[in-house]
Design a protein. Structure first.
Length: 70
């Protein structure tokens, strides 16, 4: 089995698609990563290209990830 770690777009449809793909294959997307535009440490991506997500939206997205074991 191959495990994938992919960036998130903070879109609920992405999580639904990941669940669907994981159920169809032995390979799994097991981890998501991302960053908000405002960060104390920064990230490897320019804030200009990052999705605009609020703290409440971030919490909601993390909760959905945990509910789906990602």
């Amino acid at each position: 089995m191959i495990k994938y770690c992919i960036p998130t777009s903070f879109d609920d449809q992405l999580m639904d698609k990941i669940v669907e793909l994981n159920n169809k294959s032995n390979n799994k997307i097991y981890e998501l990563y991302g960053s908000t535009k405002e960060s104390l440490t920064g990230s490897g991506r320019s804030s200009k290209i990052l999705q605009d997500v609020s703290m409440e939206g971030l919490k909601k997205h993390i909760k959905k990830c945990h509910q789906n074991d990602n």
